[in-house]
Design a protein around this ligand. Structure first.
Ligand SMILES: *[C@@H]1O[C@H](CO)[C@@H](O)[C@H](O)[C@H]1NC(C)=O
Ligand SMILES: *[C@@H]1O[C@H](CO)[C@@H](O)[C@H](O)[C@H]1NC(C)=O
Ligand SMILES: *[C@@H]1O[C@H](CO)[C@@H](O)[C@H](O)[C@H]1NC(C)=O
Length: 542
């Protein structure tokens, strides 16, 4: 493809010197394209992932593995080393943060916080802020990062996560390579500006809110307030705190972090319109949702046998890797048992961290510490998925056309759940309604053939794409390497202030024009009226 800029035909009327010059240029082009090809053939790729969330890294890992498989030299700093090392992939394991696995306590969770009858999710920001800052501090001061910065190794591109803190971008800045951001969820309010990609309040619900793209007035108002309040909190609390950590570690010579992150070449996000809704993005923000759904593997023997023996089918229950299932309060656990007992012809399989501790469970319930979720969901006997609405599990369920009963707990799960319901992938039973009648009703509804049929249509839309999402992600990463930062795809909106970006100046100018026109019309009328009166008075006097 790099040869397409080379002239196809030489004109015979060229004199020798011109021919020489042309040959020289041709050679030069060939050489530089060979260099480029070499660069993309085996690039030095660095991954910096300071956030200890397993579900996040599960979305990043397939890209890193694919890049290594294509012969690039991939070096990954994270909390999640490969279980089975592969060639061209080197793990550097960060330490000092607890992994966020089986850690969310359902006893303490408050899923339905409201203010004036509307969802209130500002506390979620503070939770993310605290976690982000702590993992940032640990990673910045890790001896591995010191070694990385003092080594002679240079990188062609750096992949990092855009989530609750940006301090790894300071490391990328010091290493002077193009940056690519990965996001395992919908993009956060503070990411729009740095990528120059538009946020449209009317159709784009903010990450933490339980809305879809059809919002009534109160929801739009709440969306607006959440977006701007949380954005302001990030700018006035998180960024200064991050800058302070960075200058503690590297001295005060670096630009502010909110300037550094504007140099991000590309953002690859775990979204896809057929699940999460159509959104306008600039060309440097690319939807690659579903890339973690790899090729299918056969189920382990014991599960395959259990599934075949199920009378009507299998219902799978899992609240992901972050929630600690053992913290499910007794009333909700009993409601779940009672619901399961209502469906004796279905076999229920449940992921539970301490299966031995479960007493008096219904006899059609089977519990496992770990289940191969992707292959399980795509098994033809699986008829429904009881889930928390995490994006990885939801994506896999959509891919496999398994209807969902969603109970969102925290973070972006409310947003995902709203998108799932809107596109008829499932129904919601909120945690405060987690009782036997509501669960039974919702489960009965999603087990109807009509529901499954509607869902199949959506699944077709989700699966049919011009290019598999993993290939698309890798294409873009290699494009950034080959073009040293994909400068042409950058939106100038990154550098435009709010007043101008939203055309407030133009509105003000137009309003001013209308005002002046009205004013002059009024003045003219007044003048005419005045004259006419004078004229009449004169006529009277005469
Ligand atoms: C590792 O990289 C080398 C050189 O880039 C390449 O020849 C080799 O095939 C790669 N290994 C794998 C397993 O992809
Ligand atoms: C691959 O990267 C590692 C750093 O993680 C470096 O030590 C090694 O020399 C690189 N290998 C090649 C073939 O470039
Ligand atoms: C952004 O990238 C450009 C080009 O690589 C570089 O000159 C500039 O210093 C960078 N700015 C920041 C704030 O990192």
């Amino acid at each position: 493809m790099w040869h397409s800029s080379v002239p196809q035909r030489f004109s015979f009327t060229l004199c020798h010197t011109e021919l020489f010059a042309m040959c020289g240029r041709y050679l030069q082009l060939l050489l530089s394209s060979a260099l480029l090809a070499q660069l993309t053939n085996a690039a030095q790729i660095l991954g910096l992932f300071a956030h200890p969330g397993k579900s996040h890294f599960d979305f990043f890992r397939p890209m890193l593995l694919e890049l290594a498989g294509r012969g690039h030299n991939v070096s990954v700093y994270s909390y999640f080393p490969l279980k089975h090392p592969v060639e061209n992939y080197t793990d550097y394991v960060l330490e000092g943060m607890p992994l966020l696995t089986d850690f969310v306590d359902l006893q303490a969770i408050e899923t339905d916080a409201e203010l004036l009858g509307q969802a209130y999710k500002v506390p979620t920001f503070f939770m993310l802020h605290d976690w982000g800052l702590r993992s940032c501090q640990v990673a910045l001061n890790s001896p591995l990062i010191s070694q990385l910065l003092s080594s002679a190794q240079r990188f062609d591109v750096i992949l990092l996560e855009h989530f609750s803190n940006d301090c790894m971008a300071a490391v990328a800045h010091l290493l002077q390579a193009p940056m690519i951001a990965l996001s395992s969820c919908a993009i956060m309010p503070w990411h729009y500006k740095r990528m120059g990609t538009p946020f449209i309040n009317t159709i784009m619900p903010m990450n933490f809110l339980p809305y879809n793209d059809e919002m009534h007035f109160a929801a739009r108002l709440n969306n607006f307030l959440h977006f701007h309040v949380i954005n302001a909190l990030y700018n006035f609390i998180t960024q200064p705190a991050t800058d302070a950590l960075i200058s503690q570690r590297f001295g005060s010579g670096l630009p502010p972090i909110n300037e550094i992150v504007k140099n991000t070449s590309l953002m690859l996000i775990n979204q896809y319109y057929a699940l999460t809704g159509p959104r306008p993005y600039t060309s440097n923000v690319v939807e690659v949702g579903g890339l973690q759904v790899g090729a299918s593997q056969p189920l382990p023997e014991h599960l395959a046998r259990l599934f075949e023996a199920a009378t009507l089918g299998v219902i799978y229950i899992s609240w992901g890797s972050m929630v600690n299932p053992s913290s499910l309060p007794q009333p909700q656990l009993q409601a779940l048992y009672a619901t399961i007992a209502q469906f004796p012809d279905y076999t229920f399989v449940l992921r539970w961290n301490k299966p031995a501790a479960l007493q008096n469970k219904p006899k059609n319930l089977y519990t496992y510490e770990w289940l191969p979720q992707r292959d399980l969901l795509c098994h033809p006997r699986v008829k429904a998925f009881i889930t928390h609405g995490g994006l990885l599990g939801s994506t896999e369920a959509v891919h496999c056309a398994v209807p969902m009963l969603v109970t969102p707990f925290y973070g972006d799960q409310f947003l995902n759940a709203a998108a799932i319901v809107q596109r008829r992938f499932g129904l919601i039973v909120g945690f405060k309604n987690f009782n036997e009648p509501q669960l039974t009703e919702a489960l009965t509804a999603i087990l109807q053939p009509s529901f499954a049929a509607a869902m199949k249509q959506s699944t077709i839309a989700f699966r049919s794409r011009p290019q598999p999402p993993l290939d698309l992600a890798v294409w873009w990463i290699e494009h950034v390497i080959a073009t040293r930062g994909a400068v042409l795809s950058q939106s100038v909106a990154r550098h435009i202030n709010w007043f101008v970006y939203n055309s407030i100046d133009v509105y003000v100018c137009c309003l001013g024009f209308v005002f002046l026109s009205l004013l002059s019309v009024w003045k003219i009328i007044k003048y005419i009226k005045c004259n006419w009166k004078q004229h009449k008075n004169k006529a009277k006097q005469q």
